[in-house]
Write a protein that binds this ligand. Sequence first.
Ligand SMILES: Cc1ncc(COP(=O)(O)O)c(C=O)c1O
Length: 1009
Amino acid sequence: MDYSKLSVTTIQAAKIAWDLFSIKGTAKVLPGELDFNFKITGTNGDDYILKISRPDENESYLNFQQEILQHLSLNAKDLITPKVITDFKGNSISEFEDDYGQFRKVRLLSWIQGRVWSGVNPQLDDLRYSLGVQCGKLAKALQGFKHPEANRDFEWDVAQGAWTDKHVDLFTDEEKEILTYFQYTFKLAQPAYSTLRKAVMHNDANDNNIIVTASLVAPTVVSAIDYGDAVYTQIINDLAITCAYAIMHHNDPLQAALPIVKGYHENFALTPEELAHLYMCIAMRLVISVTKSAINKITEPDNTYLLISEAPAWELLKKWRHQSADFAYYSFREACGFNSHPKEKEFNIWANSKNSNLSQLFPTIQKNQVHHIDLSVSSKWLGHESEFNDLVLFQYKLDKLQREHPDDILAGGYLEPRSFYTASSFEKIGNHGRENRTIHLGIDFWLSSNTPIHTILEGEVVTSIYDNSPKNYGGLLILKHNEGDLVFYTLYGHLSKSSITKLKTGDHLKVGDHIGTLGESVENANWAPHLHFQVMLSMLDYKFDFPGVTYFNQKEVWQGICPNPMLLFKYTGNQVNSEIPNDELIYYRKNHLGKSLSLQYKVPIKMVRGSGQYLLDQYGRKYLDTVNNVAHVGHEHINVVKAGQQQMALINTNSRYLHDNINELAKELLESLPKELSVLHFVNSGSEANELAIRMVKAVTNEKDIIASEVGYHGNSNMCIDISSYKFDGKGGKGAPEHTHIFPLPDSFRGKYKGENTGELYAKEVQKQIDIVQSKGRGIGALIVEPIISCGGQIELPEGFLQKAYQYIRAAGGLCISDEVQVGCGRLGKTFWGFQLHNVIPDIITIGKPLGNGHPLAAVVCTPEVAEKFANGMEYFNTFGGNPVSCAIGAEVLRTIKRERLQDLALEIGEYLKIELQKLAIEFQIIGDVRGQGLFLGFELVDIENNPLGQHADYLANRMKDHGILMSTDGPDHNVLKIKPPLVFSKENAKELIFYLKKILTEDFMITY
Ligand SMILES: Cc1ncc(COP(=O)(O)O)c(C=O)c1O
């Protein structure tokens, strides 16, 4: 039918609402496949949905929909569903005559407040779980409902999807392959599928039929609307349709489906038989959808609604085709609380009845006990990553351990989270950023090369393959075992090449047969010799390979597919998990550690390993670190670690003894400084450095009045807090003490003076403070300020400010301190020290965080004049400051900066990142300012009137963490995102950061302010 003769105008719709239902209001067009839908905003304060059918609409079908709504109103009190509004005659279905003389059926329903699913961004697991809950409740409420129309022929009904195979010629060859694959699977499944439970189901939880609460941070589903697709069909089809739409646009659609399945099952219990068809039913709904779109493109080219989900449906279908159906089934089972593999229990019972032992597997070894070897992310035995990447060293450690435990086999690793699978094949981009396979699925037996391996069970070779690419198995053999009804597989990885050439697929092996020997490292993908032994209850879709390591978020599913291999030897003591759960750590902290110690992020993380620009939690999740400027040359830089370890092994004592290291560190530091700053004192923290600096000031000037910046932070000790406006003007603070004088934050973006050329104006503010001190008859001790004020929100000092301010201070007899604790050691790129950006030379500089790369080491550097006056006879003693271990570390940090050209890199990557951030600021108005130097950057979130948006900054940092990127917020209004990563941060890292910032900046919460 001519589409233009069907459409209804908003004026007509408003008139219909008034004429038939006595509702006065305005109308707005809404999307709809067949009906013409309008939102009526009533002058009575209520909203409605007006649905106008096509002229040929079957009244009984409309009546079916109205009766469902009436059934739900009566029987599902805990559900919000549209209410039927009757017309002035009391009819639930009314009628009007359109401009072409056609009679059209009209229905009016109450409007459900909220947002439509399709407009919600992001759609997270919690939201999808609530979708499952809502649809499950609805399914439950619909049980028992009957209507003759429910049994109609209906092309959108998954159960009736076989019609689509007549239209495959509308598609490309690639598309055709996918469609026919699923159509064929559907056909094959009919005998079992057709026996599944049936009921009248909603059957259309598509993204325009789901209403979600208004919350932008934690939205939940309120209601499913539009019962036009309700039909009597297999119950599982309803869930399949719900999933099909809600998992579009996700990198990993299966993972996205699981919360929906869980929520549904918790409210309306599904059977394993139904779950076995869910993967296929999801596919069939998509097959129907893309076939409908292809047909409609020809028949109703103007109806764009029919094409909305075509592209995402295809995108999903293509991904779904590559998804193992069995793995999907096991995942659905796990989400519903069943054993992920249906045979898991049976296998356990069978294994329990067997009497194998390890000496049958390794007859030449004749040992039956194992010594557990910890290769987990947090393993201290494993040590630094370079140690386990060094094969010779790793083997040496193994041999030593073996000598210490001569009667045991060194073994372990089942479900162990490991960090050393670094090949790209172990990484993917999931629904929340980068994901790494870390969970080990087998047991590793660390035995020497050429150790013979024999079968413990009769079996048939199904895989015999040699792949020596990095971090692969080398020689891999998989045997299939049939034990009564039970079929399972055993996997032997890291065999010698010759073992593989001897055995072919199809070969049959008896109990006790020799199956091969352990490979040397060179033929074993460069691992120390060991056997990776794994049990599988399914081969999934694998033929020539099988994963030995999996993703943490799939651990439970894989645990069912790959049971503990030690069960075969009646030895389960091997499954060691010594990790203390985070909840327990938090609980203990709360009770026994200082209450004012804070934890980062809404859901805190436990970090157990550092590696360059990354931090790893106990499960091996890798976080890109943009926060920790302390790990200046990279987390656990091997040279720095070694320098500390080596010196620690020799001697660590105080600086009253002569030692090379303290002089070495002094030389390295002085090389980077102007000749005026030539005397050093070593301390243990930034706070201690500033504390000492103020002592020097008092000794030199005999004055105690200090001028400091608003929102400046200089440390946690008594004196440091007294000069830190960030603290005494913040929560719990009591304002500036008598001898501290604060000048306004020299912020040219939102500060007292804005725009260009504010340096002089802010310097005058320093002079004002000098005047105040002098007016009280006192003199100036010092000015202390950071070259970029970090806690203030990465505030760059305006041009000329520092020069002028130093001039004023010196004229008043005071000293100038540059606090370089955050910014020093090359981070700023253009210069090694922050003060050098401003062409001044301070009297004292304080250095902290980066100097020890995580080790507590700090320093105070001053002029000889200051040093001379400070040495007034009172000895300066510091138990730990300047000890040989700290100095070895500090000197190595400075050498590493030079050797690896980290200052140059900070400049190059920092400038690239700043430009990219500036581009983001053009695209997203919320970014008001981008600032900083080198890899000490910040960007500020504000509304159109430049009001700070602290909650948005917090949201952004937490969402970035969800994507594996650590960020922090700061500034007086906590609305500044700070970027100060280890200097090994690469251009690729910068690109990744920008990619996810861009993604999160489009989310509903970030665009609403
Ligand atoms: C600028 C500045 N100065 C001094 C300190 C104090 O250093 P620490 O925490 O090592 O005592 C900090 C710490 O964050 C700082 O940011």
